[in-house]
Design a protein around this ligand. Structure first.
Ligand code: SF4
Ligand code: SF4
Length: 185
């Protein structure tokens, strides 16, 4: 019969020799392959003690950013939610009250801001759509959770630490990706 591909192989139907029947040679060949891998560079790493370098285009957990005075940048315009192809973002807007100028940069702010991480595909369109540089995808992984509701992140989970009162935490949450973005702009 004509073979369908050029990869077809003829089956050797000769009776096996004694050596072939006890499989010693085949086991030895298999062990040699295993042994060879002891001296090769490992493809795996000992996570979490060791961590891999992220790709410059890696997009991880979202961060709601603050300005240099620690005020929330988000103005609840909804552009990120409109841009989101997974419909993962929901928010509720509120008016800034007199005396709250040190908390919110704009006259309108997001009283509630949620991202459903079970829907998010980490495409970064929300970041691109934002006119206030208020949201970006950091280099942190979204942690796993056994509960669905634990993967709906609210403002307390997303808001970056205050750069005035917690500069170290702020810098850590900002990560390298923010610096790269700044250089590109
Ligand atoms: S990264 Fe993409 S999918 Fe996730 S919230 Fe932003 S726009 Fe939606
Ligand atoms: S994160 Fe940006 S795009 Fe989304 S509501 Fe806030 S200001 Fe608008």
């Amino acid at each position: 019969m004509q073979s369908l591909t050029s990869r077809a192989k003829q089956v050797d139907r000769r009776p096996m020799t004694f050596l072939e029947r006890i499989y010693v040679w085949e086991i030895f060949k298999g062990m040699m392959i295993t042994l060879k891998h002891f001296f090769k560079k490992k493809a795996t790493i000992s996570y979490p003690e060791q961590k891999r370098e992220f790709s410059p285009v890696f997009r991880g957990l979202h961060v709601l950013n603050r300005d240099e005075e620690g005020r929330e940048r988000c103005t609840a315009c909804g552009l990120c939610a409109v841009a989101c192809p997974a419909e993962a973002i929901t928010m509720e807007a509120a008016e800034r009250l007199p005396g709250e100028e040190n908390l919110y940069r704009e006259e309108k702010y997001a009283a509630k801001y949620e991202i459903n991480m079970l829907r998010c595909i980490f495409c970064g369109l929300c970041e691109e759509a934002c006119p206030k540089d208020a949201i970006y995808l950091s280099e942190t992984f979204a942690p796993s959770n056994y509960q669905r509701k634990g993967l709906i992140y609210g403002k307390p989970d997303l808001l970056i630490p205050d750069p005035v009162t917690k500069p170290e935490e702020y810098k850590k949450a900002l990560g390298n990706r923010a610096n790269q973005k700044e250089k590109e702009n």
